[in-house]
Structure formats: structure tokens, C-alpha cells
Design a protein around this ligand. Structure first.
Ligand SMILES: [Zn+2]
Ligand SMILES: [Zn+2]
Length: 355
């Protein structure tokens, strides 16, 4: 084979690599290179980090420094079997020294190199926080109740469901799952939501637990960049009656278990299951709640009946034994007053849907 002259050192060599002899090639080659200063972007409000153009909350600050260094690293294109060791060391609250050690093979020759760079933490509002501070919203969620106002308990439970759902969606990477603003309305709450999709999921969760229903509508909000911008409104209506409500109409006294598209409960007069729909229940009125029912002492128990001490006047009253019922003589049992007189409540069955 003919020797060739290296253009750099003038030495004779058998072949050129990237136009140089082997010695000159390795002297000129860097296994790794990195900018002198790197910038790791972190949101000062929520701690999210920007990586490859996307905000996320998945890493600690040292991890984000390592990632930023790795992303900025230039590795020789002929390198194989590359091993990297990146060690960040905090110098000030916002500055890290980053030591990067690399080993690899280039054209079969083992090569090692170690470099240092500086990573500066820059604080910049993330997409979510800048939208929130800019009052951005995609949907309005109106929480109301049918023929009444939502109770404080219901409002609290709704907010728990909303925050849990938003948390879960944020953890899955949905950065529009947030509340921009909230306002107490006379008959409920209005929430300004970052995502219509998240709001729809929230409505379904609330209805599944508390009953009621929701309707969505969209309206023209304005124009942005020549495009029409629509905002969704979700009207969530909690049911007229809640689990544990005891309602009465004509000869029926019913304890509500669920009041949504269909209504289920216990018929307290017939001791049976009550099934109906809101449309067929016009005229029912709330007469008591299980949670605030008075207690009466059981004086004696017969076959289908028992004697109770009326908690209001301590007279003995004979009432039907509800089903299911496990109290014994001397125990206290919850009772309510209906038009037909004192009614004993059955044992509580599964009340997980109750407030
Ligand atoms: Zn040379
Ligand atoms: Zn943020």
C-alpha cells in the first residue's frame, strides 16, 4: 500500500481519517463537548422544569441539571460504546458545576475525556402558571342544585372531587388541568377552568358520586388572531334530594340512597326498595335527614312491631320494625316524625355514596 502524506504534520501514513493521520485525528478529536454555560429552566411558582421544549414535574433539580447537560452534550460521531458519568455539584442556590466523564471507543481505540461546565438555574413561569396568572380559562363550571342551594358540605365535597381529579390529570401530564379562578355565586359556585376536557371528567365524577346531572354549552367568547374563540359552560345541577334525606308525599315516606337520572331509596312504610325517577317525584318534600334523626329508646320488641319512647314527649308508641333492624330492647334507634307518626329507620346499609 502506498503511504500518504498527512496534510497537518507532514508525516507519512497508510490512510487518512477525516483527512488526517491517525495521531493528528485523535489529537484533533474531542470525544465530548459542551457549552461553557448551560441553562436549566425551572418555574419559580410550581417547580416545573422545561426539558426538550416540554414542561413537566417529574424531576428533582440535580436530575434536571444532569438531563440538561446530557441534552447539550456533543458526542463524537465516530464514538461507540459510550459511557457517561455526569456529576452536578451545587455551588450557589442557582449555580451547579457539572463534571462530565466519558469513555468510548473511536475506530476501535479506547478514548476517555472529562470536561466541566456550569449549569445555571433560570427561573421562568411555566405554561401552566403563566396561563393561570393571565386568567386563562377554557370552560366555566357552574355548581348548582335543583330547587335549593348546594349545602356547605356538598360544596366542600365537590371541591375535593375537583382537586383530586385535577391532581390526577396533572400527574398524567395534562398541564391545562387547573382552576384559574373561583367565585361564590348566590346559588352555588362558579369555577373558571383551564381545560374543558378536565371539566367534563369532573362533572361525570361528581354526578357519579352525588347524583344530579350536567349540561354543556358553548358560546362565542371573542376573537383571537382572527379566529373565533369559544368558551364552554358546564352547568352541574346537584339533585334536589341527597343520600340520607327522608322525604314524604301522600302515603309514602322514603329515605333517599341516590337521586340522579333514576332515584333509589328505601320505602320506610312498606320496608322495601323504592325506585323512581325525578319526574315522577314532584310533590315530595324533605321532612328529615338520617344524619340529624333523633334517637328513641326501644322499650320492647314483638314480632313485627316494637314499643319506643317518643323522644319528644317520652310517651310509648308502637311502630313497625323496619328491615334490616338489629337493635335490642334498651337500645337507642334513629326515628323521624312523618304525617303518620313516628317511623323507625332501618339499620344503615352501604352508605358510601352518602355525604
Ligand atoms: Zn498527521
Ligand atoms: Zn409553574
Amino acid at each position: 500500500m502506498n503511504d500518504i502524506t498527512c496534510p497537518k504534520c507532514g508525516g507519512l501514513t497508510q490512510g487518512l481519517i477525516d483527512g488526517l493521520c491517525k495521531d493528528c485525528f485523535f489529537k484533533a478529536s474531542h470525544l465530548i463537548e459542551a457549552p461553557l454555560v448551560l441553562y436549566a429552566k425551572i418555574c419559580p411558582t410550581c417547580g416545573a422544569q422545561l426539558l426538550k421544549g416540554k414542561w413537566n414535574n417529574d424531576y428533582t433539580i440535580p436530575e434536571i441539571v444532569i438531563q440538561t447537560a446530557e441534552d447539550a452534550l456533543l458526542i463524537h460521531d465516530k464514538a461507540d460504546d459510550i459511557e457517561l458519568c455526569i456529576e452536578p455539584k451545587q455551588m450557589t442556590p442557582h449555580v451547579y458545576r457539572v463534571k462530565i466523564e466519558a469513555s468510548a471507543t473511536i475506530l476501535g481505540e479506547p478514548v476517555q475525556q472529562s470536561i466541566e461546565t456550569e449549569a445555571r438555574i433560570t427561573r421562568i413561569a411555566c405554561d401552566m402558571c403563566s396561563r393561570m396568572s393571565g386568567n386563562y380559562f377554557e370552560a366555566i363550571l357552574q355548581i348548582r342544585a335543583a330547587s335549593r342551594h348546594p349545602t356547605e358540605e356538598e360544596k366542600k365535597r365537590c371541591m375535593q372531587i375537583i382537586n383530586n381529579t385535577l391532581d390526577k390529570m396533572q400527574k398524567k401530564g395534562d398541564r391545562t388541568a387547573f382552576i384559574t379562578n373561583s367565585a361564590e355565586a348566590r346559588d352555588g359556585i362558579d369555577l373558571y377552568m383551564g381545560s374543558a376536557n378536565a371539566t367534563r371528567i369532573i362533572c361525570k365524577e361528581i354526578v357519579a358520586e352525588l347524583g344530579g346531572g350536567f349540561a354543556e354549552s358553548s358560546s362565542l367568547f371573542g376573537r383571537k388572531d382572527g379566529k373565533e374563540v369559544y368558551r364552554m359552560t358546564f352547568s352541574l345541577r346537584l339533585p334536589e334530594f341527597m343520600p340520607g334525606d327522608i322525604i314524604e308525599f301522600k302515603d309514602k315516606v322514603v329515605e333517599i340512597k341516590k337521586f340522579s337520572k333514576s332515584v333509589t331509596g328505601t320505602d320506610l312504610i312498606k320496608s322495601g326498595r323504592f325506585i323512581s325517577s325525578p319526574d315522577d317525584m314532584k310533590g315530595f318534600v324533605l321532612i328529615a335527614k338520617r344524619s340529624t334523626a333523633k334517637k328513641a329508646v326501644v322499650v320492647s320488641i314483638e314480632k313485627d312491631e316494637m314499643m319506643l319512647l317518643d323522644p319528644d314527649n317520652f310517651e310509648t308508641v308502637t311502630v313497625k320494625i323496619p328491615v334490616p333492624f338489629s337493635a335490642s330492647e334498651g337500645d337507642e334507634v334513629p326515628v323521624i316524625k312523618a304525617s303518620i307518626g313516628l317511623v323507625a329507620l332501618p339499620d344503615e346499609t352501604s352508605r358510601k355514596n352518602d355525604l
